[in-house]
Write a protein that binds this ligand. Structure first.
Ligand SMILES: [Zn+2]
Ligand SMILES: [Zn+2]
Ligand SMILES: [Zn+2]
Length: 427
């Protein structure tokens, strides 16, 4: 039996075998491992180099190609980010630059590199509102039908092929229906109405009725079989106000965000938050066609994470908790009763595309009024508790932007009943 020796690290009380001491220079294994890790960390810090992949690259298309290229993690390199986001770059592309990127995406698909190609096509379709006909043609021919939003501007030829394929391709039926919902042209509306009247033989294989897929693309069938849009095509984004840069006066803004409300939540007792405070007289929001002075959308930031909450509203800025609210099955105690401090959000006056930040996976900041919602999960339009009509999406607040946390609060309105609803999604 060999005698054990004390670890030479004065802070350590461990004892070790002589054989270990020989190997490590007298310290125990955990101390030895810690020493190696510290040395490695010090080495990385001393030798890490800044890498600027964009140095001397001025062509926006080349810059975007670099941005979209997957990276191999190298601890000895620190990549200097480009000074604009991909979204900002896409906003500024010329038509010929968009075409070059589309061609590049097609080349990537020929090489079976679908992830990168998909991101480029999605960015073109959402950020630059470009029609991606050639890219979509390749995507379709490769048997890819998802994400459906890529199909929103598909031509009749692709539409008819999708409708045909739906009949026999049970494996892809879910994605084919989504793609059709996104096309949403007259023929698709007619087809969805036919399925509503006469459910197809494959309808029982789905979790929802075929025509309900339209919600994922922001519309539904009305009572007469027409198309009813569930959002406003006009859209304006909120930006985090940069400190010290004055910016617009909240009072003169069309919509102010995240103000303390005066009422308390009857479920948890904390103060309600006015997510959106609309100045209905402001010219910017005349697209909503709401007469009156003011519309306030209030929510309990805690309880609203566990289900839809309805409020009564009027067009003079008053709001009250709706009697229709039902306590969710799962509602944990609100332990954080303090008023959260938000970043100051201000509404930009620049009109944006309806789908600009609608695809969540593109990771663009999502706080906005109007436009198509940025669903993190499946589409979830509340039904008005008074008239049973699907409520219209009017605004959303992205918590990553407003609070460096996560999730999105979505606001809806039934104009006829002046009922407001808020729900919440996260990953
Ligand atoms: Zn030790
Ligand atoms: Zn509450
Ligand atoms: Zn209603």
């Amino acid at each position: 039996m060999s005698e054990r020796l004390p670890c030479q690290n004065s802070d350590c009380k461990a004892s070790i075998l002589p054989a270990t001491a020989l190997k490590t220079g007298g310290i125990c294994m955990p101390c030895h491992q810690r020493k190696i890790a510290l040395e490695k960390q010090a080495f990385i810090e001393q030798n890490r180099k800044d890498v600027d992949l964009y140095a001397d690259v001025n062509d926006p298309v080349e810059i975007l190609k670099i941005m979209h290229k997957p990276r191999k993690y190298n601890p000895l390199e620190h990549e200097i980010p480009y000074h604009k986001t991909a979204q900002e770059m896409y906003h500024q592309l010329t038509e010929s630059e968009r075409e070059r990127l589309e061609t590049y995406a097609i080349t990537l698909m020929e090489e079976d590199n679908f992830d990168q190609a998909e991101t480029i096509l999605l960015s073109l379709a959402c950020f630059s509102s470009a029609r991606i006909e050639r890219g979509l043609e390749s995507f379709f021919r490769k048997g890819k039908y998802y994400p459906g939003i890529l199909y929103k501007d598909a031509d009749q030829d692709i539409r008819d092929k999708l409708i045909h394929q739906l009949e026999f391709d049970s494996e892809n039926r879910n994605h084919l229906l989504l793609a059709l919902a996104w096309i949403g042209d007259e023929e698709v509306v007619r087809q969805f109405e036919t399925w509503r009247q006469h459910p197809p033989r494959w309808a029982p294989e789905l979790n929802i009725s075929p025509e309900t897929y339209a919600h994922e693309a922001g519309w539904e069938l009305d009572n007469d079989g027409g198309k009813r849009l569930l959002f406003y095509p006009e859209s304006y984004h909120f930006k985090v106000r940069v400190a010290g840069r004055g910016g617009m006066d909240q009072a003169s803004s069309a919509v102010a965000a995240l103000r303390a409300g005066e009422h308390s939540c009857p479920w948890c007792g904390s103060k309600l938050t006015v997510l959106f405070d609309y100045n209905l007289q402001n010219p910017l929001i005349q697209f909503m066609k709401l007469p009156g002075q003011r519309l306030r959308i209030a929510a309990c930031m805690h309880c609203n994470c566990y289900g839809t909450v309805f409020m009564n509203a009027d067009l003079d800025g008053r709001y009250s908790w709706s009697d229709y609210n039902v306590v969710p099955d799962f509602l944990p105690e609100n332990e954080d009763m303090e008023q959260i401090s938000w970043h100051a959000m201000e509404l930009s006056e620049r009109l944006m595309g309806a789908y600009d930040n609608a695809y969540w996976m593109l990771e663009a900041p999502a706080s906005k009024i109007g436009g198509h919602p940025t669903w993190i999960q499946d589409a979830e339009y509340p039904v008005c508790p008074c008239c049973s009509t699907t409520m219209k999406f009017i605004a959303q607040m992205d918590m990553e932007q407003a609070e460096d946390s996560e999730g999105i609060y979505y606001a809806f309105l039934c104009e006829a009943c002046l009922k407001v609803a808020v729900n919440y999604q996260q990953t």
